[in-house]
Design a protein around this ligand. Structure first.
Ligand SMILES: [Zn+2]
Length: 286
């Protein structure tokens, strides 16, 4: 968290800076553990000031500003980062500020409570080397069902774990993976190479449905309240969660109790009745 829908909401929240020139760029004085900023703040400001934002894009779970200098400025929120245009949840966790010379948005803020995120400026070459093809899978929203099947269908990993692999497919995290598999009625421990082509088709359809609906509702704000849109408002998808963080509560489809298991050190939530398992098909026997 935040995942594709939340980061896409952040991107949309600042999209109106496209075409504007950067007049200032500064690390905000902060008493907390410093976030990763690359290059050093003085060099970063020097390379940013005077450039124009050509495009406000997203790569998986990162907001990417393409500048007319050819550089890319990347905000990576990781666990608790936010890209805001106004009114931060707290002053003490503000980390970085961009000042725009013109246009409807005077400032873009990067805020991060735990401080695990980063602000990085890459040349085109650095960007391609670190985040280009081969390093990152295609965006979950830009992938066809056939491509999804080609990228994961050979894997012996459990499907829930494979969906989180950003090198295979970019943007899905722990929350939406559980939601997608519940709607697709597939057990999260089912091995990828045992899914049929038709099942991949269903996973793909549900993945697009879940992500698009979550974007429409501006993401999920969990009980910790951390995630906010660019205007510091809550998202709305949390009230549509079917399994995530609902262990012991009834399944919306069948009434059975939602269960929690741990896969690759992460919690997975699923319905044991809607997402049945046949032991012979599973990667492990819990
Ligand atoms: Zn159920």
């Amino acid at each position: 968290m935040p995942e594709l829908p939340e980061v896409e909401t952040m991107r949309r929240g600042i999209a109106a800076i496209a075409g504007s020139r950067i007049a200032g760029a500064e690390r905000v004085k902060c008493q907390r553990r410093p976030i990763s900023i690359q290059p050093r703040p003085a060099a970063l400001s020097r390379r940013l000031i005077g450039t124009t934002v050509e495009e406000v894009g997203r790569l998986g779970k990162r907001v990417v500003l393409k500048l007319d200098s050819g550089d890319r400025l990347i905000f990576e929120p990781r666990m608790t980062g936010l890209v805001l245009v106004a009114d931060p949840p707290t002053r003490e966790h503000l980390r970085f500020r961009l000042d725009m010379a013109s246009g409807p948005i005077p400032h873009v803020w990067y805020w991060d409570r735990r401080g695990l995120g980063s602000v990085r400026l890459f040349t085109k070459q650095q960007f391609d080397e670190r985040l280009g093809n081969g390093r990152m899978g295609p965006d979950a929203l830009a992938l066809s069902a056939d491509e999804l099947c080609q990228r994961l269908g050979y894997s012996r990993r459990p499907i829930k774990v494979a969906l989180l692999d950003q090198r295979a497919i970019a943007g899905i995290g722990n929350l939406y993976a559980s939601e997608i598999l519940h709607l697709a009625r597939i057990h999260p421990a089912k091995r990828c190479d045992l899914l049929t082509r038709q099942q991949w088709q269903v996973v793909h359809e549900r993945m697009i449905d879940v992500l698009e609906k979550a974007i429409l509702l501006e993401g999920s704000t969990l009980s910790d309240g951390t995630y906010r849109n660019a205007l510091n408002q809550s998202g709305g998808y949390q009230s549509h969660h079917r399994v995530y963080d609902r262990a012991g509560k009834p399944c919306a489809s069948c009434g059975s109790q939602i269960e929690r298991i741990v896969q690759a050190q992460r919690s997975t939530f699923f319905c044991p009745k809607c997402q049945t398992k046949r032991r012979s098909e599973l990667a492990f026997r819990p």
